[in-house]
Design a protein around this ligand. Structure first.
Ligand code: NAP
Length: 288
């Protein structure tokens, strides 16, 4: 006897990000009518091919939404002092409301110093210690774009987190930890898993929501997911054919989960949309 199974609903990050970007464009026009154009400075040091694609996409998204954006490219041997001086100049530049330094930076530059050099009021990536502290204590600040985008995806499916068990796999400062804090803020019971976690499957099987943010293909398979659970896939990997894929075995998990975000077309476009939202909000805050 065959059992009929409904496939999980797809959380379409492209469609949702387009809605958010259209809303940003409307709010940008309101600011422009007051003589303010939100401005983002994107700094790229070196020639990392993936970084080049990311910064190009970010700058194009800004232009499409009517923001001012400037892409500053520097050679791989740029000194740390020169980069810090440039950031300080941008901190003082009234046309720039958001500053983003694309990571990773070359080895001679200390990424932590770079992040801390950005004025918290312009920290649209949300990586500064002041932003992390604000998130942890529930104060106003900038949330890192990827977990912020995940929260918007959950909002789009009206997923009420109160009392739900959310399992975040990965504990990086840019995805896993802020993701867990945002879920906690919405009253989920949160478990954070990492490379030393024992019996990941026993934990994920209890989850109403799983956020996979590891960077390992097929980390999450169907046998690890409770029927009906919501699965957000943050991972970005390549399969043998060189095709972009996430951390989740999409075809398998789709047969068990209630909702699932695909890769590509899921969290990635949301991350860019939230960068625009943060930059717009930086400009709105600066203008009040
Ligand atoms: P990261 O800094 O390398 O962190 C990966 C995390 O995964 C670490 O906390 C690590 O644990 C954990 N981990 C590794 N192996 C594991 C295992 N077998 N079981 C459970 N946890 C394990 O990476 P990241 O910057 O957070 O990014 C994670 C993924 O998301 C990457 O694929 C990245 O490309 C992608 N990403 C996507 C976007 C987007 O916009 N879509 C944005 C950012 C990142 P330890 O801490 O113990 O080492």
């Amino acid at each position: 006897m065959t059992q009929s199974t409904a496939l999980a609903q797809i959380i379409d990050g492209i469609a949702l990000s387009q809605q958010l970007r259209a809303d940003v464009a409307r709010r940008v026009n309101v600011l422009k009518a007051r003589g303010i154009t939100p401005g983002l400075a994107v700094i790229l040091v070196g020639e990392n091919p993936a970084s080049q694609v990311y910064v190009r996409n970010k700058v194009k998204a800004c232009e499409d939404a009517g923001l001012y954006s400037v892409l500053e490219k520097y050679p791989p041997d740029l000194s740390e002092a020169a980069l810090l001086a440039r950031i300080e100049a941008l901190n003082q530049d009234p046309a720039i409301h958001g500053i983003l330094v694309q990571l990773p930076v070359p080895a001679q530059i200390d990424a932590a110093k770079v992040i801390e050099a950005i004025a918290p009021a312009k920290d649209v990536d949300g990586f500064h210690i002041a932003s992390a502290g604000a998130l942890m204590t529930g104060m106003p600040g900038f949330w890192p774009c990827t977990p912020y985008g995940c929260m918007k995806m959950l909002e789009s499916i009206h997923f009420d987190l109160r009392g739900k068990h959310a399992v975040v796999i990965g504990r990086s400062n840019i995805v896993g930890k802020p993701m867990a804090l945002l879920l906690l803020q919405q009253h989920a019971t949160v478990t954070i898993c990492h490379s030393a976690t024992k019996d990941l499957k026993a934990i994920t099987l209890q989850a109403d929501l799983i956020v996979a943010a590891v960077g390992r293909r097929n980390l999450l398979t169907a046998d690890m997911v409770k029927p009906g659970a919501v699965v957000l896939d943050v991972g970005m990997n390549r399969n043998e054919a060189g095709k972009l894929c996430g951390d989740v075995d999409f075809a398998g998990v789709r047969e068990v989960a209630g909702y699932i975000s695909p890769v590509p077309g899921g969290v990635g476009p949301m991350t860019i949309a939230m960068l625009l939202v943060n930059t717009l909000e930086a400009a709105e805050r600066a203008s009040t």
